[in-house]
Every structure is written in structure tokens, then in C-alpha cells.
Ligand binder design. Structure first.
Ligand code: C2O
Ligand code: CU
Ligand code: CU
Length: 421
């Protein structure tokens, strides 16, 4: 937090070189540094002023993913900053404690810029989160994990143009917080991991290689009502999950790791011999509710996701910055029904994201969502032939994007606009 006059934060999009591999330098982008970005800390109720500066040699935007702000502060594709340009945005934090993130959103060029390293974190705190019994000692028992996969060429360069895949660039190297082969040293205590899928396209199903369960305490936009015991969590691009692993309860000898579905190791844990704090988790974390009224609202908007490669569309159309696809009234809850229409190849999961609001999942194919999705969401995985109903309300006015968060699909036009009036 660099207080500069009444500016709370200064965020610069920069390019540079990063030592990701020993002995070599990779050309990367970053915020306030050469790779990834800082963690911005907001408290509900405060007014935040951010000075954003584009120090790249191409246009970019500063988008606060999951933040409920007026559209003119949202940093969508209409808010491009040219090289050398800067802009101060100001907003009041009106939403509850959550782990959000920020990334660029320039028209047609989002995937490239995120892939090269532009991504940062936002932690929101509120009165509830301050009083909860959840691990919150940052860097000791509370860690963010930005998971990304990248493809490096023989010179350890990212080379997006060559790596690019129209269905979403997938890499063979996994990085957490920009580090290859990461290892996390923890004490024997409960440890909170705020996991962000910051990949362009890859989905992760994370579990412990020991088979031990853990608890999920948060979704994209806040705490779940209660800790939910799970064996694994699946995150599609841009989704977040906060989990707590109890390293005292796990009888781990060695080799304990967070692994992906296929068994590949994402993060080995090094458990030190010392005992950390032995505290119980709060059993009541939040008071999120999907009301009977919300459940029974008629469907106001239907969204059909379709296609693969560069043939992706929403309701049969590609993004047009001059077309408004939907309008919605500020402060009014509406139901959006999102359908993923399969193609002859079967189709693929599209992670659907809406700007400027957190929403509630009403149903997946008519059934209540699983317990660990009964919380605020801003992105959801929609499977082929699946219909998801959500209840959404915008607190602010303006023009907001909704799109597939496979970044190459977004750049290929799988995006629309809702005008909130
Ligand atoms: Cu993560 Cu349109 O954004
Ligand atoms: Cu967003
Ligand atoms: Cu998609």
C-alpha cells in the first residue's frame, strides 16, 4: 500500500525479465514488478483510489475481477489505456470479504497479456472476517496460490504466439505464484490456501495425494456458510476456492502434496516439526441465502454458449463492442439461464463469467448446486449440455461484459455486454 497523496494504490503494468529458471531470464509482464503482481487489501466500506499506469508498449486495461464497481472503474475493453497513459479510478468497497484478482482486458489481447504474467490479487476484509476463527496470518498460515500453466521454449521464453491454441493455451509447466516446482513450508496447524485458477484455459481438480480430506471455506465472492468437507476442488479458469488443510490432523510422514486430477504434483508441503496455533475453525462463517423468492423468479435472460476454436459464440453471435446484448435494471435481481450447447464433437466446458456483480447459483440442470457452490460466485463452469440458472443483481450502473473465461475464447469473441440502467 503506497499512500501517495490520497491515492491508496498505484498499479503499473510493466514489462521486464524474470528469473523463473536458474541461470536464465524470461521476458515477462507484471504489475509493480516483472511478473504477476501485488496483493491489494481492501476493507468493506472504505473508498479506494487506484492510480493505474500503462508502462507496456501496447494498450491494456486494469480489470478487477469479481469487484462490484461502477462500470467506468471496471476496466473492461472499453477502458483501454494507451502506452504511457494513466488513469485514477475511485470506488467504494461494498461487498463482503473475499479473494478476488485483477488482470488486463484489452480487446482481443487479453490472453496474451495474462499469459505473459499480468495478474494480481485483491483481498477484501470486513467485520465478519475480522472476527472469524480462520487462519489469517498472511505468509504463515494464510497463503494465496495463483495456479497457472505455461509453455516455455528452449530459451525459457513464453512465446505466446507459438504457444497459442484457439481453444485456450495449455502449458506443460505448472507454476504457483510464478514459481516452478514450488514447495510450501507449514507448521502443524490449520493452513488456509486461497486458490486462484489464473490459467488461460486449464481446469484443475485439486486434492491431497494422501487421500485426506480438507475443508472448503470460501467461493469466488465470499465465505461459505459453514466449512464444507471435500476430497477435492475443481476450478475452471478464474474461479477461486479458499480451503483449509489441517496439518496437525494429517498424519503426514513425507511427500504430502497438493496434486491435480492426473496425479501431477502442484505443491509439495514441507511440514516443520513445530506446532502452530491449535484453534478450531468457526463453524458458522457466513449467512449467505438463496431465498425462496429468488428460486421462483422467472427466467429473464437466456445465454447459449456454443462452439470451439475460433467458432465460439454466445447466442449465435460474436462480441461487438458497439452492440448491447442485454439490459438490466440496477438493484433488481434477475434470473439468467445459461446453456452450453454441445456440437458434433461433444463440446467443452465453458467457464462463464459476468463483470460487476457476484451472483448465486439457483440450479444446475434443475438440481440444487453442490454445497461448496452455495456461496457468491462470479464465474461458473458450464458443462456440455448443462443448463445453469443464476440469480444476479447489479449494485452499480453501466456497461458490463459477460464472457467465457477461457481467455482465447474471450478474445475470439465469446463475449457479450449487459447495460445496467
Ligand atoms: Cu476475469 Cu472479463 O474477466
Ligand atoms: Cu471479470
Ligand atoms: Cu469457452
Amino acid at each position: 500500500r503506497n499512500i501517495d497523496g490520497d491515492v491508496t494504490y498505484t498499479v503499473r503494468a510493466q514489462k521486464g525479465e524474470t528469473q523463473i529458471f536458474n541461470g536464465s531470464k524470461t521476458k515477462t509482464y507484471g504489475y509493480n514488478g516483472t511478473f504477476l503482481g501485488p496483493m491489494l487489501q481492501f476493507t468493506k466500506g472504505e473508498t479506494i483510489k487506484i492510480r493505474t499506469i500503462n508502462e507496456l508498449d501496447q494498450e491494456t486495461t486494469f480489470h478487477w475481477h469479481g469487484l462490484e464497481v461502477a462500470a467506468d472503474a471496471d476496466g473492461g475493453p472499453h477502458d483501454a489505456l494507451q502506452p504511457g497513459e494513466e488513469r485514477v479510478i475511485e470506488f467504494k468497497v461494498t461487498q463482503e470479504a473475499a479473494t478476488l484478482w485483477f488482470h488486463p482486458h484489452p480487446h482481443g489481447n487479453t490472453a496474451d497479456q495474462v499469459y505473459n504474467g499480468l495478474a494480481g490479487l485483491i483481498f477484501i476484509e470486513d467485520e465478519n472476517s475480522k472476527h472469524l476463527n480462520v487462519p489469517d496470518d498472511y505468509g504463515k498460515n494464510d497463503f494465496p496460490l495463483i495456479i497457472q500453466d505455461k509453455l516455455f521454449d528452449e530459451n525459457h521464453q513464453l512465446n505466446y504466439r507459438e504457444a497459442r491454441n484457439e481453444d485456450g493455451t495449455i502449458g506443460d509447466t505448472l507454476l504457483i505464484n510464478g514459481t516452478v516446482n514450488p514447495k510450501l513450508t507449514v507448521e502443524k496447524e490449520k493452513v488456509r490456501l486461497r486458490i486462484v485458477n489464473g490459467s488461460n484455459a486449464r481446469n484443475y481438480t485439486l486434492k491431497l495425494n494422501s487421500g485426506d480430506s480438507f475443508v472448503q471455506i470460501g467461493t469466488d465472492g465470499g465465505f461459505l456458510n459453514e466449512p464444507v468437507t471435500v476430497q477435492e476442488v475443481t476450478l475452471t479458469p478464474s474461479e477461486r476456492a479458499e480451503i483449509v488443510i489441517d496439518f496437525q490432523a494429517i498424519d503426514a510422514t513425507s511427500d504430502l502434496a497438493l496434486v491435480n486430477e492426473d496425479g501431477s504434483v502442484l505443491l509439495p508441503f514441507d511440514i516443520s516439526h513445530s506446532n502452530g496455533v491449535a484453534s478450531e475453525l468457526s463453524t458458522q462463517l457466513n449467512d449467505f441465502t438463496l431465498t425462496a423468492e429468488e428460486k421462483n423468479l422467472p427466467v429473464n435472460k437466456t445465454v447459449e454458449l456454443f462452439g470451439m476454436m475460433d467458432h465460439v459464440t454466445i447466442n449465435g453471435k460474436k462480441f461487438d463492442p458497439d452492440r448491447i446484448d442485454f439490459t438490466q435494471e440496477q438493484g433488481v435481481t434477475e434470473v439468467w439461464e445459461i446453456y452450453n450447447k454441445p456440437d458434433i464433437m461433444g463440446g467443452m466446458i465453458h467457464p462463464f463469467h459476468i463483470h460487476g456483480a457476484q451472483f448465486k447459483i439457483i440450479s444446475r440442470d434443475g438440481a440444487a448446486p453442490p454445497e461448496n457452490e452455495q456461496g457468491w460466485k462470479d464465474s461458473i463452469a458450464v458443462h456440455p449440455d448443462e443448463t445453469v440458472k443464476i440469480a444476479i443483481q447489479f449494485k452499480n450502473k453501466g456497461l458490463y461484459m459477460f464472457h467465457c473465461h477461457i481467455l482465447e475464447h474471450e478474445d475470439n469473441g465469446m463475449m457479450g455486454q449487459v447495460l445496467v440502467e
